[in-house]
Unconditional design. Sequence first.
Length: 159
Amino acid sequence: MPVSRRWLAAPLVLVAPAVAAADASDAPSFADVGPYSIRDGDRPGLIDRTGGVDPAPEFEAQKLGDGLALVREDGKPAFIDGSGNVVVRPDAGRAFPFSDGRAVFVKDRKHGFVDKAGTGVVPATHSYARPYDKGLAFVLDRGRSLYVHAEGNVVWSEP
């Protein structure tokens, strides 16, 4: 999508993903992380690596993770790719950005995980869940602290 003069004239705020790297050579490049979230006042949008801007007026509240943007479509969470196509619509009231190929979703006040194909890989049975990091996710299940791997099997639990 070509950049309109309105977008060029307005100051853009570029929101880059957080990167913790030992030195600059370890940091991912713009091409590695995909589109970036931008704002023009209260209007969200995406900018791609060619400089193309997609204001995405049908979406709101964009957050990025693993190359997909978390948006709200008709009040429900959805994930779009860099072209603006919806690729995942979790059956949930709330969701969080992808990390390690999984996204936390909340349905009926219970947390679970969905993959990039939209499959619920860990059902919404946990009272709390943190995003995956290096293949593991922290969850609370009936007051017990657990770590689960990508398919949801417990690899550690508190005694």
